[in-house]
Design a protein around this ligand. Structure first.
Ligand SMILES: NC(=O)c1ccc[n+]([C@@H]2O[C@H](COP(=O)([O-])OP(=O)(O)OC[C@H]3O[C@@H](n4cnc5c(N)ncnc54)[C@H](O)[C@@H]3O)[C@@H](O)[C@H]2O)c1
Length: 354
C-alpha cells in the first residue's frame, strides 16, 4: 500500500493499493458512533455491504444512502434528501460520512460533510479514474445549480482518502477513458515522464495491470498534492489544475452534461493547446502530441460547439476576478503556465470574433 501525505492545514493521507479496504477499515474508525455511507449505486453493492459489516463489527452504527452517479447527484435536491436522512439517523458533529463513488458522488458527500451541522468527519473512497486521480483529493467539492456547473461549494479536506483500485474494475471502458483525460492533464501540466509512459503504454489498454495503474495514480495524486498544499484555497497556482477546464466546463454546460466531464476536458485542452501553439506560446509539436495521446486513449477531442457560444458560458465562470480569467496555457508537453486574460484578450487568443 502506498501512502501520499497531503500537508494541508489539516493533514491527511491518501492510501493507494489493491484490496486495501479491509486493512484500512481501522483507520476509518473515528470517535463518533454513526457512519453514513453515501454510495453510487453503480458500485457493486457487495463492496458496500462488506465495508458496512466491517464497521458494524467494530461497534459503529452504519446507514447506507444510495445515489445515482452523474451530474444530477450534485443537486440541491440530493443534498436536501440526504440531509433529511442524516437528521433521522441523529448524526452528531463527531460522526463520519464516507463518500463512495465517482467525482459527482464524492463532491456531493464532501459538500454535505462540510455543511451538515457545520462539519462532519469525511472519508472519500473514489470508484472512477477521475475520482481516484483527481476529484477525491484536495478538498474542493461542489453542487450544480440552474444549469451552472460547480456554482455552490466549499473547501473541506477529508481526513482520509482510500484509493482501492478494485473499485475501478467495473467501470465501463468509456468511463475509464474519460478518466484518462484528467491523467493526461497531469502529464501536460507537470510530468513529462508520465506522458512518455502513457505514449508507450496507453492506460486504456493496460487498465488491468494493477501495478501500472497504481504507479500512474500515485504520480497524479502527488502532483495534485503539491499544488493543493501550495495554494489550498485556489487563489493562485492551484488554478493550474484547470488546464482544459475553462472551456471544458462551458462544453459540459452547453451540452446539458451529455458530454461528460472527462470528454469535455479533452476538448478544452485541445482547443487551448492549438491556440497556444498558433500564438507561439507553446513549443511546436505540443498540440500533435496531445491529440495523439487523447486518440490513443479513445477520447474525442473535436468540440462540436462554436467558440462564441462557449465564451458566453466562460463569462459566467466563477474564477473571473476583476475582469480577468486565469487561463492555463501549455508551454510544452509537461509544463503549463497561468496567464490572466480579459474577455477581449481571450477572444483574440482563440481567434474568435463577436
Ligand atoms: N472536486 C474536485 O477537485 C474535482 C476534480 C475533478 C472532477 N470533479 C468532478 O467530478 C465529476 C466527474 O467525475 P466522474 O467522471 O467520476 O463522474 P461520475 O461520478 O458521474 O461517474 C461516472 C459514471 O461512472 C459510474 N460509476 C462510478 N463508479 C463506478 C464503478 N465502480 N463501476 C461502474 N460504474 C461506476 C457513475 O454512476 C457514473 O455513471 C464532475 O462533476 C467534476 O466536476 C471534481
Amino acid at each position: 500500500m502506498e501512502r501520499v501525505k497531503i500537508r494541508t492545514r489539516d493533514r491527511y493521507e491518501v492510501l493507494i493499493g489493491r484490496n486495501i479496504t479491509d486493512e484500512a477499515v481501522k483507520m476509518l474508525l473515528p470517535n463518533g458512533k454513526h457512519i453514513v455511507l453515501i454510495w453510487d449505486e453503480a458500485v457493486p453493492s457487495q463492496y458496500v455491504a462488506e465495508l458496512g459489516n466491517a464497521l458494524e463489527e467494530a461497534g459503529k452504527e452504519v446507514m447506507a444512502c444510495a445515489v445515482q452517479g452523474g451530474e444530477d447527484a450534485k443537486s440541491i435536491e440530493s443534498f436536501q434528501n440526504i440531509c433529511g436522512l442524516l437528521s433521522d439517523f441523529s448524526m452528531a458533529r463527531t460522526d463520519t460520512i464516507i463518500g463512495i463513488g465517482g467525482g459527482t458522488v464524492t463532491d456531493l458527500a464532501g459538500f454535505i460533510a462540510s455543511t451538515y451541522k457545520r462539519g462532519l468527519d469525511l472519508c472519500e473512497i473514489p470508484t472512477t479514474l477521475i475520482g481516484a486521480a483527481d476529484a477525491a483529493i484536495g478538498g474542493k467539492n461542489a453542487l450544480n445549480l440552474g444549469g451552472r456547473k460547480n456554482i455552490i461549494g466549499t473547501f473541506y479536506q477529508p481526513s482520509l482518502v482510500l484509493v482501492d483500485t478494485k473499485y475501478l474494475d467495473t467501470l465501463p471502458d468509456e468511463t475509464f477513458a474519460e478518466g484518462c483525460s484528467e491523467v493526461i492533464k497531469y502529464g501536460f501540466l507537470g510530468d513529462p515522464d508520465l506522458i512518455m509512459m502513457l505514449e508507450a503504454r496507453p492506460l486504456t489498454e493496460n487498465r488491468r495491470d494493477s501495478a501500472y495503474l497504481e504507479e500512474i495514480l500515485k504520480r497524479c495524486i502527488k502532483l495534485k498534492a503539491y499544488f493543493v498544499v501550495e495554494d489550498e484555497r485556489d487563489n493562485g497556482i492551484r488554478n493550474i489544475l484547470n488546464f482544459g477546464h475553462t472551456l471544458g466546463h462551458a462544453i459540459e454546460t452547453q451540452s446539458s452534461y451529455r458530454i461528460h466531464h472527462g470528454e469535455a476536458v479533452a476538448m478544452g485542452m485541445a482547443l487551448i493547446t492549438r491556440a497556444a501553439e498558433n500564438r507561439g506560446l507553446a513549443e511546436r509539436g505540443t498540440y500533435t502530441r496531445l491529440i495523439n495521446l487523447l486518440e490513443k486513449h479513445d477520447l474525442e477531442w473535436r468540440c462540436p460547439y462554436n467558440l462564441n457560444v462557449l465564451l458566453s458560458h466562460v463569462a459566467e465562470d466563477k474564477k473571473i476576478r476583476d475582469g480577468y480569467i486565469n487561463l492555463v496555457i501549455p508551454r510544452r508537453a509537461g509544463e503549463c503556465t497561468l496567464k490572466g486574460m480579459t474577455d477581449e484578450e481571450l477572444r483574440t487568443f482563440l481567434d474568435v470574433r463577436k
